[in-house]
Design a protein around this ligand. Structure first.
Ligand SMILES: Cc1cc2nc3c(=O)[nH]c(=O)nc-3n(C[C@H](O)[C@H](O)[C@H](O)COP(=O)(O)OP(=O)(O)OC[C@H]3O[C@@H](n4cnc5c(N)ncnc54)[C@H](O)[C@@H]3O)c2cc1C
Length: 359
């Protein structure tokens, strides 16, 4: 009999976990309190920029880079396969990443060398960033992007085609401590049964598990993004001191984002809009006076050191956690899903799971 698994949360981490389970013959249900592949109240995956690279990887512990490195090189094939099987184009692009000063040049070059990431010292002017003509920059030509709302749509189609049940507009209640989990109750009082459960509830994971023994350290961190449509767009992702601009294939340009510790408040603010648009204009003066087409936010599952929890629950049998991917959940999701599924099915994981253990 196929193993029955309930996944709690239908963001990128839940969807990718479902995909890996389906490939192993499991019978999967995703429970999502809103809709999979849409955004209602701060879900992070829809809102993300879609850069498949940790912005400054040399600032992170190895366990973060192990996940991002092992995921990033799977995205081209994954996007192509999703497009082939669902008809939905995720807008995967190898647009490259132009890193503007100031940054730790020696650390950046050393990290790129050690991780086989191409890096070339250049002048920003070579990339038509006129306002920065004299600046020394670093060009990482192999960095890629996806368009998160499209990628999520493709995932949703693939999962439905592969018989994953989408239990949408269904919220699970916070869990009480128990020895073994066989059932979980919805807010409306329905009881869901499964052989195994996986929490992939992003920023909401701590609330869901706080009455259990799991010591999770996850809190929402809001990020806001602006969308422009300039007459002449950038050709590559440009990054400077915590701020980035991402050109899309159809001429749109994202500018963002922020890291705000404001709880579950998902509303966008005028101050941040002004702050982001000033930073965007400093790189592209022609944006001055241009309409902002859209302004949105998402709540990242913030964790110390950006380290997710990918682990069995420390004391509740049949319960697993794949959550807390903070700034790089889109990048990390493929490797993270493979790891949790190996743990769930008792397989030998390809990566060392110990840095992501829950205590
Ligand atoms: C502005 C911004 C820019 C970003 N840019 C990038 C980037 O360029 N590259 C990158 O790699 N990452 C980026 N990220 C981070 C990335 O988006 C997140 O790490 C990732 O989306 C987390 O995925 P998730 O599935 O864990 O969470 P989410 O997408 O938030 O999904 C969790 C889901 O669980 C559901 N849920 C919660 N509680 C319950 C419940 N009780 N019952 C049922 N369902 C529940 C929620 O509704 C939600 O849909 C960005 C994030 C933001 C906000």
């Amino acid at each position: 009999m196929a193993k029955k698994v309930v996944i709690v949360g239908g963001g990128i981490v839940g969807c990718m976990t479902a995909m890996e389970l389906v490939k192993r013959g499991c019978k999967v249900t995703i429970v999502e309190r809103n809709q999979v592949a849409s955004q209602t109240s701060g879900e992070s995956s829809w809102a993300g920029g879609g850069i498949i690279f940790p912005l400054l990887p040399w600032q992170y512990v190895d366990a973060v880079n192990v996940l991002t490195n092992n995921s990033a090189n799977t995205y081209r094939e994954l996007s192509e396969r999703l497009q082939h099987e669902t008809g939905v184009d995720s807008n995967f692009e190898q647009s490259g990443f132009l890193l503007l000063p100031s940054f730790d040049v020696a650390a950046a070059v050393a990290w790129c060398d050690n991780n086989q990431v191409l890096a070339e010292p250049v002048k920003a002017s070579a990339f038509a960033v006129q306002s920065l003509s004299g600046e020394d920059a670093l060009w990482l030509p192999t960095v890629c992007q996806i368009r998160p709302p499209y990628f999520m749509q493709a995932m949703r189609h693939w999962l439905v085609q592969n018989n994953v049940t989408m239990l949408e507009n269904t919220e699970l209640v916070p869990l009480q401590q128990t020895d073994v989990l066989n059932t979980w109750q919805t807010l409306k009082g329905d009881i869901l049964t499964a052989d195994q459960f996986v929490v992939t509830s992003g920023a909401w994971s701590f609330e869901l598990l706080k009455k259990t023994s799991a010591q999770l350290n996850i809190k929402p961190m809001r990020g806001q993004i602006l969308l422009y449509k300039p007459q002449k767009n950038l050709k590559q992702i440009v990054y400077r001191e915590g701020f980035y601009m991402i050109p899309r294939r159809d001429g749109y340009l994202l500018a963002g984002s922020t890291l705000e510790d404001v709880g579950f408040e998902a509303a966008v603010t005028r101050e941040v809009r002004d702050e982001i648009s000033a930073k965007a204009q400093a790189i592209m003066p022609e944006l001055e006076g241009m309409p902002i087409i859209k302004h949105w936010s998402g709540l990242r599952p913030g964790t110390p050191e950006n380290l997710p929890t990918i682990s069995a629950h420390p004391s509740i049998g049949n319960l697993y956690l794949n959550t807390g991917h903070f700034r790089y959940g889109l990048t990390m999701a493929p490797a993270s899903a493979k790891l949790i599924v190996a743990l769930m099915l008792g397989e030998q994981p390809a990566l060392d799971a110990s840095p992501y253990a829950c205590h």
